[in-house]
Design a protein around this ligand. Structure first.
Ligand code: BV8
Length: 239
C-alpha cells in the first residue's frame, strides 16, 4: 500500500501549471522571460481585451498554438502519465496549461480547466472544435457556418474555469494532492490545496522556488519538474 507521511494513498489529484512545460521550452507566465513580460494579461487574457482588439488576441493565441509544433513533452509529462497508467489507485490530472504536452506525454485523462490552444469556440453555436490552422475574425465556423464568431477556447480572467464541479469533487475525496510548476497566483486553482487539506489529504508541492501557497503544503520539493516529478512518481509506484 502506497503511503505518504504514514497515510495510505488511494486517490491522487495532480494540478500542473506552466512550470511543468517550461523545460519543454514553453514560456511561463510570470517568470522573468514569461509571456506576460511582453503582454499585460489584462491586455490579452480577458473578454474585454478580445472585444477591444480581437486581432491582437488572435495573433497571440495563433502564435502560441503554432509554437506547440516546435516543442516536445518532457520527463515531467511522461512521469505523470506513467503514474496515471501504473498506479493501483485513482489519479486525476487537472492542468492550468493550455498546451497539449500532457496528452503527447502519454496522459489519457487531462482536465484542461483553463481551456486549450488546439480548440476554438464559436460564440454563435457554442460548439468547441479543433483548430484547423490560424484563424481570425473572418473564419467560418465549421459547425454552423457563421463567420467571425470564433474565439480561442481559453478561460480568460473573469471567466469560470471548466469542470469546476468535477475538480472540487475530486479534491474533496483525495488522499494526496500534488501541485507542480504553478505559482499559486491564479484562483480558483491556487485554492485547490486548501480544499485538499480540508479533505484530510497529504499535500506535496513541486516547484523550482517558493510559490504564493507553499505554506499550505506538507512537503515542498524544490527543483525542476522533470527531476522532482520523476522522483516522486518512482516513490509512489515503488510502494
Ligand atoms: C474566476 C488563460 C470566478 C490561459 C489564464 C479569488 C477567488 C476566485 C477568483 C479570483 C480570486 N481573486 C482573483 C480572482 C480572479 C482571477 C485571479 O485569480 N486573478 C489573479 C491574477 C489574482 N481568476 C479568474 O478570473 C479565474 N476565473 O475566478 O471565475 C469563478 C471561479 C470559480 C467558480 C465560480 C466563479 C480565471 C483564471 C484563468 C485565467 N486564465 N490564462 C492562457 O492564456 O494560457 S491565467 C494563466 O495563469 C494561465 O492559465 C496559467 O496557467 C495560470 C497560472 O499560472 P501558472 O501556471 O502558475 O504559471 P506562472 O508563470 O504563474 O508560474 C510558473 C511556476 O512554475 C512558477 O512558480 C515557477 O517558479 C515554476 N517553474 C518554472 N519553471 C519550472 C518551475 N517549476 C518547476 N520546474 C521548472 N522547470
Amino acid at each position: 500500500m502506497t503511503q505518504v507521511n504514514g497515510r495510505p494513498i488511494n486517490r491522487i489529484v495532480i494540478l500542473t501549471g506552466a512550470g511543468v512545460s517550461a523545460e519543454s521550452g514553453l514560456a511561463t507566465f510570470r517568470d522573468s522571460d514569461g509571456l506576460w513580460e511582453k503582454h499585460d494579461p489584462m491586455e490579452i487574457a480577458t473578454p474585454e481585451a478580445f472585444e477591444r482588439d480581437p486581432a491582437l488576441v488572435y495573433r497571440f493565441y495563433n502564435a502560441r498554438r503554432n509554437q506547440l509544433q516546435d516543442v516536445e513533452p518532457n520527463e515531467a509529462h511522461r512521469s505523470f502519465a506513467r503514474l496515471q497508467s501504473q498506479f493501483s489507485g485513482d489519479v486525476f490530472l487537472v492542468t492550468q496549461n493550455v498546451d497539449d504536452l500532457h496528452e503527447r506525454g502519454g496522459s489519457e485523462q487531462v482536465c484542461h480547466m483553463h481551456g486549450q490552444l488546439n480548440s476554438m469556440l464559436c460564440v454563435a453555436c457554442s460548439q468547441a472544435q479543433p483548430v484547423p490552422g490560424d484563424y481570425d475574425g473572418t473564419t467560418y465556423c465549421p459547425a454552423c457556418g457563421v463567420a467571425g464568431k470564433l474565439r480561442p477556447d481559453i478561460v480568460w480572467f473573469g471567466e469560470i474555469p471548466y469542470q469546476m464541479d468535477t475538480i472540487v469533487s475530486m479534491l474533496r475525496n483525495c488522499d494526496l494532492f500534488i501541485a507542480a510548476g504553478t505559482s499559486g497566483v491564479v484562483y480558483p486553482a491556487a485554492g485547490f490545496v486548501q480544499e485538499a487539506l480540508a479533505a484530510g489529504a497529504q499535500t506535496i508541492e513541486i516547484n523550482r522556488e517558493v510559490s504564493e501557497v507553499t505554506g499550505y503544503f506538507h512537503q515542498q520539493r524544490c527543483g525542476v519538474a522533470s527531476r522532482e516529478v520523476t522522483a516522486l512518481v518512482e516513490e509512489l509506484l515503488a510502494d
